[in-house]
Design a binder for this molecule. Structure first.
Ligand code: ADP
Ligand code: ZN
Ligand code: ZN
Length: 754
């Protein structure tokens, strides 16, 4: 067959390989990259997939199947998006279908550009101000109609010469506390009129836009330094201490891009952070600012998707504030990507595939758009700082806090000594109690950080030492007092709190260690008159719970907020003066080569919440190891020496950024089988990579949901392009998959594990 054309289709399946279909003559005009098509796959099922490319290369198989139908007239996915998908699937060794699943709202049929219509209200004609005043005068005896018309004028800012702007009917009626009957009266008098418009044209009032703040001298210098480095470099690292006003600098850079007609993506690692920043951005940039995160419903995601895609000058989003997955939005014209808190581990997706790092992927995305990237942090990742030191990225330092307020004073609460001297009050050292007492006396607010949720990480029989563990995972069960249950934090398994020991039947089960829930309980006893709240995964299950807690704290309805890493970064509270880190030891002792870097960052971040406006804040770090090197560096806020120390260690022991890492995670429900197959893979890889292969070994949590786990780590030289090594790894995995019995294995690959 001559002149046949073929299309490679991305299907939302976790099956390796390309799927090539023949384009039937009748569909030749309509099949183009980025449109959705239906294709037969595996038996009689039709799947919907996305056309990735069109070509004339016949695949080797004989009966190439035909595309069954085309769903879109215009591409749903633009060429740059497709490029990003392909890059992610190649770099992170996953299927394009897996990227597609992560990228699209789950119900793509909602993305059909058939506009749903909504009723809007607008002025019947372009009345002058005098004419409007005359109407208002005539309506004097109908105050409800006056109220409705005034609400329209107020919402649209009509008096300021904005022209006729449609306002959603429901918004208008709510604003005026009015009803359809009142509106009908004004429609009858040809003062207002109703129109049907696509929902996505909802225009938010931009009348309350504030001018952006003037930068301080230090901020101006930083801003200029960034701009001048952008002439030659595409990426600049802004290393600015906490509360140095990085966000205000971003706002200036955003404004510059918007004036050029460009789109801007502003990334944050944590949903909790979007609450405050979105308000700051909307204040200046109004309705062109959208926010995108995983808590949104599919319908909401689709709405945002469309408003980015349509690029409409009025209703389109030009500035997106988003978490990890926002890199997949249909940008057409990005000028700048800001990656705030760039060091944060939440930018890396662990499970499921694609196991992508949103910072690194965003840098690729920016390069596709020929856009610039700013990485911002008070404590950059060793990787990024190293890139800046090497000259690969630009570097801008901002060393002073806005308003020249001093960085918080760090005080150590020595838990070992306090226990010995019997000075501990439950889990609080005298240093922390005193600082809290002083703050409460002055009506100032406090944050307490503990990186464990629940009441206690485990319970134990005090007679025989028996500890309840999960029935599916190799982990202790966490006690949650509020629901009086034991919960597995890995699989969600939940069981009643046992009244007796499961081994010796004694009734002396005791709680061990402490999580946020226990701290909340105890704080209420120590400071009975203080208002206490908790922010962790358990208290923020509802979509709006972040907003509620953050607003309550801003409005000073909470004196003491206890939380996990959710409260540790980015938040900006005026009256917060004291921060307590309840247990630095469990941060420092985590078995990972990044543990020290991470604990420094976490402590620096959480400390940075204290004393951001009027005066210097105070931070009490509780530890049994006050001489620890990392703690000494945190006391001096000495990032650069932390970097030097870490870089030296990693150079010596060959860890990133001085090598690349690929981790293979192998799972099997049978431990013996797992050992057999993982050893087999390990030996095969060692033939290729020699000493660069570490393992197989059991991870800290060696079984989850009945699956036993082994990991193999491969270190690849930085100097060589990684594609070849990655191909060899994939081939070794494919060889293993062909072994008899290997089909009951689960194998995952994690490139640049975090
Ligand atoms: P960072 O992002 O570095 O932590 P922020 O941008 O949140 O710092 O700034 C800290 C505080 O100082 C914020 O409340 C912010 O509004 C205020 N601030 C920063 N720069 C200025 C400025 N140029 N003018 C007025 N207030 C500022
Ligand atoms: Zn479990
Ligand atoms: Zn017992």
């Amino acid at each position: 067959m001559t002149n046949s054309r073929f299309a490679d289709i991305i299907l939302p399946l976790a099956v390796r390989g390309r799927f090539t279909y023949r384009i039937p003559d009748g569909l030749m005009d309509r099949v183009q990259p980025g449109v959705r098509v239906t294709v037969p796959f595996g038996g009689r099922n039709l799947y919907s997939g996305i056309v990735c490319s069109i070509h004339d290369i016949a695949p080797e198989i004989k009966n190439v199947k035909l595309i069954a139908g085309v769903l879109d007239d215009i591409p749903l996915i633009n060429a740059t998006q497709l490029n990003l998908w392909l890059w992610i699937s190649e770099y992170y060794l996953c299927n394009e279908g897996e990227v597609m699943k992560a990228a699209l709202p789950s119900d793509t049929s909602l993305l059909d550009f058939k506009p749903r219509l909504e009723t809007f209200v607008e002025l019947y004609a372009k009345y002058t101000e005098n004419e409007l005043n005359a109407f208002l005068d005539k309506l004097k005896k109908a105050p409800k109609q006056v109220e409705l018309l005034s609400a329209y004028i107020r919402l649209t800012g009509y008096a300021k010469g904005t022209g006729i702007i449609p306002v959603s009917k429901s918004v208008l009626l709510a604003e005026a506390h009015s009803s359809q009957g009142i509106l009908d009266a004004l429609l009858g008098k040809s003062i207002l009129t109703q129109v049907s418009l696509p929902v996505s044209r909802i225009v938010e009032s931009d009348n309350f836009k504030e001018p952006i703040k003037d930068l301080s001298e230090a901020q101006t210098a930083a801003y200029k330094s960034i701009s001048s480095q952008f002439v030659e470099k595409d990426i600049v690292l802004l290393h600015g201490v906490t509360s140095s006003g990085k966000t205000e600098i971003y706002i200036h850079l955003i404004e510059e891009q918007l004036k050029l007609g460009k789109q801007v993506l502003y990334m944050l690692p944590e949903i909790a952070l979007t609450t405050q920043i979105i308000l700051r951005l909307k204040r200046h940039f109004g309705g062109i600012t959208g926010v995108y995160h995983s808590r949104f419903s599919d319908a909401e995601k689709v709405e945002i998707w469309k408003r980015v895609a349509e690029n409409d000058p009025v209703s389109g989003y030009k500035l997106i504030l988003g978490v990890r997955s926002s890199i997949f939005l249909p940008f057409s014209n990005l000028g700048l990507i800001i990656i705030d808190e760039e060091h944060d581990g939440s930018y890396k997706q662990h499970d499921p595939a694609p196991r992508y790092h949103a910072r690194d992927s965003a840098i690729m995305l920016a390069s596709f758009h020929k856009a610039k990237t700013i990485l911002g942090s008070a404590s950059p990742s060793v990787e990024s700082y190293n890139n800046a030191v090497n000259g690969k990225y630009g570097l801008t330092d901002l060393k002073e806090r806005f308003g020249l307020i001093k960085l918080p004073a760090i005080i150590i609460g020595n838990t070992r000594e306090a226990y010995r001297k019997k000075q501990m009050v439950s889990h609080f050292t005298p240093e922390l109690l005193q600082a809290m007492d002083e703050a409460l006396g002055k009506d100032e607010q406090i944050i307490l950080f503990q990186n464990r949720r629940g009441f206690s990480p485990y319970i134990e029989c005090s007679e025989c030492g028996w500890i309840p563990v999960c029935i599916q995972c190799a982990v202790n069960l966490t006690y949650h007092k509020g629901i009086s249950k034991l919960v597995c934090h890995y699989c969600g398994y939940t069981t009643e709190m046992p009244s007796k020991c499961g081994n010796c039947h004694s009734t002396s089960m005791v709680t061990k260690g402490f999580g946020t829930e226990k701290i909340e309980d105890e704080i209420k006893i120590v400071f009975p008159s203080a208002h206490v709240a908790r922010m962790d995964q358990d208290t923020t299950r509802n979509k709006n719970s972040f907003n509620k807690i953050i607003r309550a704290f801003e409005e000073r309805r909470i004196d003491i907020l206890i939380g996990t890493q959710m409260i540790s970064k980015g938040l900006d509270f005026e009256n917060l003066t004291v921060v307590g880190v309840l247990n630095a030891d469990n941060l420092l002792n985590y078995p990972d080569f990044r543990a020290h870097e991470r604990s420094f960052q976490l402590m620096e971040q959480v400390s940075g919440r204290a004393g951001r406006r009027q005066k210097q804040g105070k931070v009490v770090i509780q530890t049994s190891d006050p001489l620890n090197r990392i703690i000494r560096l945190v006391i001096r806020h000495d990032y650069v020496n932390m970097f030097r120390m870490q870089a030296e260690e990693r150079m010596t022991f060959n860890y990133p950024p001085f090598c690349r890492m690929v981790k293979i995670i192998i799972k099997h429900k049978d431990r013996v089988q797992l050992n057999y197959f993982s050893d087999l893979l390990g030996r095969d890889l060692k033939i290729i990579f020699g000493k660069r292969v570490l393992g197989p070994e059991s991870p800290v949590i060696s079984q989850v949901q009945l699956w036993y786990i082994k990991t193999i780590l491969i270190k690849i030289e930085r100097e060589k392009p990684p594609a070849k090594a990655k191909m060899l790894i994939v081939e070794a995995i494919e060889r293993l998959e062909k072994e008899k019995g290997a089909s009951s294995l689960k194998i995952a690959v994690d490139v640049d594990p975090y």
